[in-house]
Design a protein around this ligand. Structure first.
Ligand code: C5P
Length: 230
C-alpha cells in the first residue's frame, strides 16, 4: 500500500495534479479540502453564524460531528468521480461557491473540528489500506494542508506542492472564469497558516515548486517521486 501525501497552499493545482496522479496509478484519491468545504457548507445550511465575532465554536463542532457521525456526509475516493454528498445530494458545485470559500477557514481553524476531520480522513485511508475493502489498486493519494505533517506523517511519499503567489492567484482567476466562485487565495492561506503548516516543507517532505512548470511537467515530477518509492 502506497500512501501519497500532498500538501500545499490554495491555487497551486493540488487537486487536478493529485487526481491525475491517482488515475495514473489506479490509486484512490481523497480531497481533504473538499471535506472542510463540505463542513462549512453544512454549517451555513444549518443556520450557524460563521461571521459572528463571538463564534460559537462548540455549536460548529457539534454540527460537524453530526455531519459525519450522523451519516449525512459521503466522500468518494474514485479520482474519476470524487463524489461529495450530503444526504445523497451532490454538493460538489456548492462547496466551490464564494460563500463557502470565504467561510471555510473559519470552520477549519477550530481545533476540535480538525480532530473530527483528521479521524475521518485516517479512517478512509485505513479502509483503502485494507486488502479486503480497497476499491482502487494499492494506493491512495491524499491532498490538503496537514497530510504530510499530521494526518499521515508516515506516508510513503510526502510532497509539498507550491508556487509563487502571483502564479496561484492567476490560476484561481482562470478557474473563476471557468465557473468557480471568487476566491481570495492570499487571505485564505493567511488564515489557514495559523493552524496548519504548509508554507514550508517539514523534515523528509519533498518540495515541488511548479511556478514555471506545465501541468504535465508537474505530474511527471510527482510520478518520478512515486516511482522511486514503489
Ligand atoms: O484545498 P482547498 O483549497 O479546497 O481547501 C479548502 C480549505 O479547507 C482550506 O482553505 C483550509 O481552510 C481547509 N483545509 C484544511 N486542512 C486540509 C485541507 C483543507 O484546513 N488538510
Amino acid at each position: 500500500m502506497i500512501r501519497v501525501a500532498i500538501d500545499g497552499p490554495a491555487g497551486v493545482g493540488k487537486s487536478s495534479t493529485s487526481k491525475a496522479l491517482a488515475e495514473h496509478y489506479g490509486y484512490a484519491y481523497l480531497d481533504t479540502g473538499a471535506m472542510y468545504r463540505a463542513c462549512a457548507w453544512w454549517c451555513i445550511r444549518s443556520g450557524l453564524d460563521l461571521d459572528a465575532e463571538d463564534l460559537d465554536a462548540q455549536a460548529i463542532t457539534e454540527a460537524v460531528g453530526d455531519f459525519f457521525t450522523g451519516g449525512h456526509a459521503r466522500f468518494g475516493v474514485d479520482p474519476k468521480d470524487p463524489v461529495v454528498e450530503s444526504d445523497g445530494r451532490d454538493i460538489r458545485d456548492e462547496i466551490r461557491s464564494h460563500d463557502v470559500s470565504s467561510h471555510v477557514s473559519t470552520v477549519s481553524s477550530i481545533i476540535p473540528v480538525r480532530h473530527v476531520l483528521i479521524a475521518a480522513q485516517r479512517a478512509i485511508i485505513a479502509q483503502e489500506s485494507d486488502a479486503e475493502s480497497f476499491s482502487h489498486g494499492t494506493g491512495i493519494v491524499v491532498e490538503g494542508r496537514d497530510i504530510t505533517t499530521v494526518v499521515a506523517p508516515d506516508a510513503e511519499v510526502r510532497v509539498l506542492l507550491t508556487a509563487r503567489e502571483d502564479v496561484r492567484q492567476a490560476r484561481r482567476s482562470g478557474q473563476k472564469s471557468a465557473g468557480v466562485g471568487q476566491d481570495d487565495v492570499a487571505a485564505r492561506d493567511h488564515a489557514d497558516s495559523t493552524v496548519t503548516s504548509f508554507l514550508s516543507a517539514a523534515d523528509g517532505v519533498t518540495t515541488v515548486d511548479n511556478s514555471d512548470l506545465t501541468f504535465q511537467q508537474t505530474l511527471d515530477a510527482l510520478i518520478a517521486l512515486v516511482d522511486a518509492a514503489i
